[in-house]
Design a protein around this ligand. Structure first.
Ligand code: SF4
Length: 367
């Protein structure tokens, strides 16, 4: 048969330069990638590789590791070699670690522009080393470490100040004919952040790394990031994303992945369509939805599973999904591809849904 039409997306992708972070392409020809950052001490190679393995299993595309000391720099070759996903070294300001990271075979380096001026005379050498090794650089402008000169000029970290900083740093590299750059202009306020990225997108064609910095604990950080990334991705702005949460980095990857799936920027996998419940509910919808979600975690095939509390909207939603249940009178009507295949007692709803999901997954074959 004909290949299925790709699912609709909200915005046309902004056309950018392309670069490669290891095996992962970044830029408008490539899917938007998800990044996170390890929380281990980088010098602890085993712990860091273990966390990278967990991030990889969660679906992380690119991982960043901090490099604040010589011991960390010394660990980079082994980490870069053994990680299954590209490793970016995050360097605060010491140029010697930038060279170490490039030599170590890191897939990219992030440098802090608030400090790059201090190694003015090093920019040329960094550009040459990065070019020789094919190592791209992320210019990571951050409201919290904005250059003093720009702080003085703008009074605070405004969108204009962030963008001026980013473009100035990019120009320092461009002067040495180095353009393998991606840029971030992070701020903890989604409104300032969105405006900064919009301005930046208008002013250059470098690929952009999206991030709301210091977004907060999981709940607040998830909402802030989803809203801000949504506003930008809707305009086609953003080539790689990092959700920052005061929570384990695997959570960041789950949120980032879900944001992209929600916008059809990456194929949806398991999707639970469950109702909020209301006074008409005849089963405990929260519990049912949680149990079904837990039972199907890690499903790799796209599957919409509807969990509905009653027969008002229940059958309709359940019919639209691949699989679903509409509950009523202590029973659950189980739907598969729009047809009621059986009615089971409430106590059997979860296991029946999981069974049917597994069966559908098997029929669909490997993803
Ligand atoms: Fe309420 Fe039924 Fe709708 Fe759930 S499906 S929100 S229980 S009316």
């Amino acid at each position: 048969g004909l290949p299925a039409a790709p699912p609709p997306v909200l915005g046309k992708r902004r056309v950018t330069r392309q670069l490669r972070v290891g095996a992962v392409g970044v830029g408008s020809d490539f899917p938007v990638s998800v990044q996170s950052m390890t929380t281990t001490v980088t010098a602890d190679v085993n712990a860091t590789l273990q966390q990278i393995a967990e991030l990889t299993a969660t679906g992380c595309d690119i991982v960043r590791v901090a490099c604040p000391s010589q011991d960390d720099a010394d660990a980079l070759p082994q980490i870069a070699r053994k990680s299954k996903i590209p490793v970016i070294a995050d360097i605060h300001f010491q140029p010697k670690y930038v060279f170490a990271a490039i030599e170590a075979g890191c897939a990219a380096v992030r440098v802090n522009p608030g400090n790059i001026k201090k190694f003015d005379d090093k920019v040329k050498e960094i550009a040459r080393a990065a070019k020789d090794h094919g190592t791209p650089i992320r210019i990571g402008v951050n409201a919290g470490s904005l250059d003093a000169r720009l702080m003085a000029k703008h009074g605070k970290a405004t969108p204009e100040a962030l963008v001026e900083s980013a473009l100035w740093e990019a120009e320092l590299f461009a002067e040495h004919d180095f353009h393998d750059l991606k840029i971030s202009v992070k701020h903890n306020d989604p409104v300032v952040m969105v405006r900064a990225y919009e301005l930046l997108a208008e002013s250059c064609d470098y690929p952009l790394h999206l991030g709301v910095t210091e977004a907060g604990p999981a709940f607040q950080g998830t909402v802030k990031s989803a809203v801000a990334f949504g506003a930008l991705l809707r305009q086609g702005i953003g080539d790689t994303i990092r959700v920052s949460l005061s929570a384990p980095p695997m959570e960041e990857v789950k949120v980032g992945t879900q944001i992209l799936q929600s916008l059809n920027l990456r194929p949806r996998k398991l999707e639970i369509v469950s109702c909020p419940s209301c006074g008409r509910a005849q089963v405990d919808v929260y519990k049912l939805a949680d149990q079904v979600t837990a039972g199907l975690e890690g499903m790799e095939v796209p599957l919409r599973v509807a969990v509905m509390g009653c027969v008002v909207n229940g059958p309709g939603e359940a019919r639209e999904a691949d699989l679903g249940v509409a509950s009523g009178n202590g029973k659950g009507q189980i739907f598969v591809k729009g047809k009621v295949i059986k009615t089971v007692p409430e106590s059997k709803i979860v296991e029946t849904l999981i069974e049917e999901a597994m069966r559908l997954a098997e029929e669909a074959g490997p993803p």
